[in-house]
Design a protein around this ligand. Sequence first.
Ligand code: UN1
Length: 512
Amino acid sequence: DTFGIERVLERLGVSKKNLGTSTGNQWIETKGDFISSFSPVDAALIGEIQISDRSSYEVVIQKAEEAFKIWRAKPAPQRGEIVRQIGNALRDVKEDLGKLVSYEMGKSYQEGLGEVQEMIDICDFAVGLSRQLYGLTMHSERPGHRMYEQWHPIGLVGIISAFNFPVAVWSWNSMIAWVCGDVCIWKPSEKAPLSAVACQHIVARVFKENGLPEGISNLIVGDYKVGEMMTKDKRVPLISATGSVRMGKIVGQEVAARLGRSLLELGGNNGIIITENADLDIAVRGALFGAVGTAGQRCTSTRRLIIQESVYETVKERLASAYSKLVIGNPLDEKNHVGPLIDKAAVELYLQAIEKVKAEGGKVIVNGGVLDGPGFESGCYVKPCIIEAESHFEMVQEETFAPILYIMKYKTLDEAIAMHNGVPQGLSSAIMTLNMREAEAFLSASGSDCGIANVNIGTSGAEIGGAFGGEKETGGGRESGSDSWKAYMRRQTNTINYSKALPLAQGIKFDI
Ligand code: UN1
């Protein structure tokens, strides 16, 4: 235990055997099986966790409904004060939680810390927001009337999160939902459930210390069947789901069937256009972190480089040379750049994608492959690879959650933008150029069709202050900053008559 994981788990309240269903500090035993959480770092069993069942889910819903009645009546700035305390509690455990995330999910310790920092940042954002849940006022067309709109809490918010950001994405949703006056039910990925247990302990303690009801923060654990209890449940007006397009299509349809609201943040197939006017140092570094950071398992990971033909060979060589310097290994060891994939199933998909793209005519520039031998016993460590490909290849059109980078050549910027937009997903994008006309064209209505479009920065690593999400198969939802909070509230338009008459709108006469 060179990295002190045992003590980290102990401090975070994660045991060998954990209950998975909780409403605040109350952990509920169910009739469900236990899921094992194995670390992709060293294949060790970190701990087991019990799946939620129907009756424990019902307890959670009942507690959440009770808590909502109390929580929604608290002034928003007071709710913000609780979130401020959660932010401080997260500051206290930043190293421990960062390490657990790194160990359970496999991202580098630096990125684990970054993920917890993202949680702290969203807490700070939400605290400020708690005094800024602004509605508009309108001028009524009728004399002696006043019109305005206000935003009320929506109720129970179901949060479905993915393994790759096992804690940050939950916090973007929950911290904002809480200042909005909602209560949350979180179903974390069954591939990283222990990080969720740790978070639930942290926030439940804060709610308890403030004498607040248990049901403001709830946890349920399991696969899609557990998620389905929420997505089909009318008592949960909003489902916010982050994950694959496949999952999002199911969740979106289930929620739509009951006319509920869903906020979907699904896959990306993020590209960077590198023009002949790019600062190539920045372009190569941006592409590198985008493609290999988190071992290519971010929804914002760079998967495609669209490179102007005059700089194509140079970029290719510089990237290949950078790739040759990457050190792959235990992500807790800070000298390593790239950790493992989440599990062996992901390794299988990575290998299949490489084979398929080769069969389609792709040419390998930097070789992939699975690592074995000492330190790689988990079988989850793979080599980041680069493949020369064409935009229409089936594999290039798909998101493979692994460090595979496709590179392509273009002549004109119009052609590059068409290639860039010619995929089903629309999350993040970037252009590398020092030319103002190129940059602005990329950001214009005729440019990138993504929810995020950057200039001289890679596709990943968005700040929490902006709205996060994308178009097309990415699902259209926006989480995190800007005015994303509006998705977590219901809008009410109010008209007040303070005159002694009752004029009708549109000038309609109705006298008796
Ligand atoms: C995700 O991969 O689901 O922009 C979230 C980024 C991070 C969040 C990624 N801030 O890469």
